[in-house]
Design a protein around this ligand. Structure first.
Ligand SMILES: CCCCCCCC/C=C\CCCCCCCC(=O)SCCNC(=O)CCNC(=O)[C@H](O)C(C)(C)COP(=O)(O)OP(=O)(O)OC[C@H]1O[C@@H](n2cnc3c(N)ncnc32)[C@H](O)[C@@H]1OP(=O)(O)O
Length: 199
């Protein structure tokens, strides 16, 4: 596994007591497809892989940028830095399907992410889309940055609710990777957000 995915620190993408039933159900849906049992009872790699998630990536930063010891020790990943008890902000887990070049995020939006009354802030939605597509682009193409993220907000996401996020590869052009992303209700019937990203 690439370095950011292989740390020994706490893995934030495992179920915790703040997860609602939809979050747990979808987690189980994908997690049960990460390992399959063959006819002779052997365990085999499945279609999906759960991606672990840690609260810091800076200690892995390389290159010539000067990072003070203070920043190095205090830096935390934006989506994993809320000290309050679990469930207050971003609860999410990502699963990758390498064969189909699809990456799925299951996202439960906590009470600290309010924008319009009772609904999730558009910036928080952009953040989780950037996280899913950015991670997907990294898995597909190695080290990348988000160059462009285009978002259409179609229907509000209720605060406290769980949504299904799916990123898929549109095309690669030289060193550019183009992805599409859809945020829907967990049963897929309601479209919340559509986005495209260039990395
Ligand atoms: C994605 C990272 C994932 C990491 C995963 C780690 C493991 C998991 C751990 C934790 C998961 C968390 C995951 C979080 C994910 C968050 C990701 C972010 O939010 S990244 C921060 C926001 N992005 C910036 O700050 C970029 C700022 N911009 C730049 O640095 C440059 O502009 C850059 C690198 C994007 C391009 O600069 P140039 O100098 O390399 O290249 P030039 O020549 O300008 O462009 C190359 C080609 O791209 C097009 N291009 C450039 N900018 C574009 C734009 N805005 N829109 C469309 N095309 C653009 C150009 O037209 C050119 O195309 P032609 O080759 O000519 O065909």
């Amino acid at each position: 596994l690439p370095l950011p995915f292989s740390s020994k620190s706490r893995d934030f993408s495992l179920p915790n007591s703040s997860w609602n039933s939809e979050m747990k159900r979808l987690y189980e849906h994908y997690n049960s497809q990460c390992e399959v049992e063959s006819e002779d009872g052997e365990k085999q790699k499945g279609l999906w892989r759960r991606l672990p998630s840690y609260n810091r990536s800076l200690k892995y930063a390389t290159g010539g940028v000067y990072l003070s010891k203070l920043i190095q020790s205090k830096a935390r990943l934006f989506t994993r830095n809320i000290k309050e008890q679990g469930g207050a902000a971003f609860e999410y887990v990502l699963f990758n399907n390498e064969e189909e070049q699809r990456c799925v995020g299951i996202f439960q939006a906590g009470h600290l992410l309010e924008g319009p009354p009772g609904n999730v802030h558009g910036g928080a939605i952009a953040t989780i889309i950037d996280t899913v597509t950015g991670t997907h682009a990294t898995l597909l193409s190695g080290t990348v940055m988000t160059a462009n993220l285009n978002i259409n907000y179609r229907s509000p996401i209720p605060l406290g609710g769980t949504v299904h996020i799916e990123s898929s590869l549109d095309r690669k052009e030289g060193r550019k990777t183009f992805l599409s992303c859809r945020v829907t209700s967990t049963d897929g019937s309601k479209l919340h957000t559509e986005a495209t990203g260039d990395f």
